[in-house]
Design a protein around this ligand. Structure first.
Ligand SMILES: [Zn+2]
Length: 358
């Protein structure tokens, strides 16, 4: 509101009738609450990002730590790199950059519980379906490449398959409309058609302590599995898998003890403890979630959904926890400190100093 309009309202207050003053009394607290809640909603998210960034601001272009404070814009502190001259703020270079509906972010995080589809999320937050889609994908991108430590002890690995999907692709040519007779004929060909859709392999490895590694593969091969699992399973662990040509030399290449189960001949458990039932249960849940709840997802977004499921599976879902995860992921991606130091910072925010870094 312009200052002149505001002054006009102030001047008109003494001229108001008692009824009008009463209306003003009831309206003002409502407006004040809305303003306060918007500020709080934004600050919960921004507080974390700003805290981590202010500890060690780094240029988003050249990763130089030689940066100066460079005024502020829209309430965000800006920085300027002394080496390359790039100006940036705490959100530059993250999927949260240029986000217009920041005040809706905390509310939208509530809808990332894995049980809310796009439309109910849009209704709950009062945003359009498009915005709901973009917010979900921005948040999923933050979780996509997160890892939660190495697998250890008894680890299990297996692959599952999803049909290739182009869901939501607007460039996809729509099939020509057919008459009723040819539609009847096409029903018979549906099974054949489904069988001809390429299958996308998804690798999942997990241990008995709820650590999960997953990846969308091009094909199931020893080289690809090795590249995904190398250095991510603690030395001395045991790897259980189904008998498959690609698995034959995998454990050897990863320097792990192998336990192969021949499930085609009904072998489910070896020596009482070695099995792949944990990873198979994970597969079933993943398929129910993606194929059942979401009615399929586009193959190009499959890795993001795997990351989201991994997060939901390995964490108790909460808004505060999710916002912490976003901040830590961001810090991990952008600051050159060790991962231990981030956890140290996080502990400091909770009032518990880390012995290693205090
Ligand atoms: Zn720079």
């Amino acid at each position: 509101m312009q200052s002149q309009q505001f002054e006009d309202i102030l001047r008109s207050v003494p001229l108001m009738s008692p009824e009008q003053v009463n209306v003003l009394h009831t309206t003002l607290p409502l407006a004040a609450n809305t303003v306060t809640s918007n500020v709080q909603a934004e600050s919960r998210f921004l507080e974390r990002l700003k805290f981590y960034f202010d500890q060690h601001p780094v240029c988003v272009r050249c990763r130089s730590a030689h940066v100066n404070r460079w005024g502020s814009k829209d309430g965000h502190q800006r920085y300027c790199c002394k080496d390359c001259g790039k100006t940036f703020n705490a959100m530059s270079g993250t999927p949260m950059a240029h986000l217009r509906v920041r005040e809706k972010l905390d509310q939208y995080v509530e809808c990332m519980d894995g049980e809310t589809t796009l439309r109910p999320a849009a209704r709950r937050c009062g945003i359009s379906l498009d915005t709901s889609f973009h917010l979900r994908h921005r948040l999923m991108t933050l979780l996509e490449n997160d890892s939660y430590g190495q697998l250890s002890g008894i680890a299990e690995e297996d692959e599952t398959f999803f049909h290739e999907s182009h869901k939501g692709d607007r460039k996809l040519q729509t099939p020509r409309k057919r008459d009723a007779r040819s539609q009847r004929k096409s029903r018979h060909a549906k099974t054949e058609k489904k069988a001809s859709v390429p299958l996308i392999p998804v690798m999942v490895a997990c241990d008995r302590n709820h650590h999960v590694i997953d990846a969308v593969l091009k094909k199931v091969s020893t080289e690809e599995l090795q590249s995904q699992l190398e250095g991510r399973i603690l030395a001395g662990s045991t790897l259980c898998f189904d008998a498959h040509l690609a698995h034959e030399h995998l454990a050897e290449k990863l320097s792990l003890t192998a336990k192969t189960l021949v499930s085609s001949s009904g072998e489910r458990v070896k020596e009482g403890i070695y099995h792949i039932q944990t990873v198979n249960a994970y597969h079933s849940e993943l398929k129910r979630w993606i194929n059942g709840f979401f009615k399929g997802v586009a193959t190009k977004y499959l890795q993001r959904y795997l990351g989201w499921k991994r997060y939901l599976k390995t964490h108790m879902f909460s808004i505060e926890g999710f916002l912490d995860q976003i901040s830590i992921h961001w810090a991990y991606q952008h600051i050159t400190w060790s991962y231990d130091h981030f956890w140290c910072l996080k502990r400091k925010t909770g009032g518990v100093p880390c012995q290693k870094h205090s």
